[in-house]
Design a protein around this ligand. Structure first.
Ligand SMILES: [Zn+2]
Length: 87
């Protein structure tokens, strides 16, 4: 486990994903998050999902979401529910 060399830990990275995607962070912060994502695949998955989700939401009013992407998000949500229900 990382002993706090530099950059963020997972919790901080996830928390900042939203700001990252909104473009609210400084270049330095974005670099630190990118660096973490390069080394941490769970966070990278979360980032990918969050980024895709934004595309779906952004396109929702245009009703022009690619089926593959829509299915991916749908599957992820179903899986999430199943995890909560299954225990
Ligand atoms: Zn991480």
């Amino acid at each position: 486990m990382g002993s706090g060399e530099s950059g963020f830990d997972c919790n901080e990275t996830i928390e900042r994903l939203y700001h990252y995607l909104d473009g609210e962070l400084t270049d330095e912060r974005r670099r630190e998050i990118k660096h973490h994502l390069d080394e941490c695949s769970p966070c990278l998955d979360a980032f990918d999902f969050e980024a895709d989700l934004r595309v779906v939401i952004a396109n929702r009013c245009k009703d022009h979401v690619p089926d593959a992407l829509r299915k991916r998000v749908h599957d992820a949500l179903v899986e999430e529910e199943r995890r909560h229900a299954g225990g």
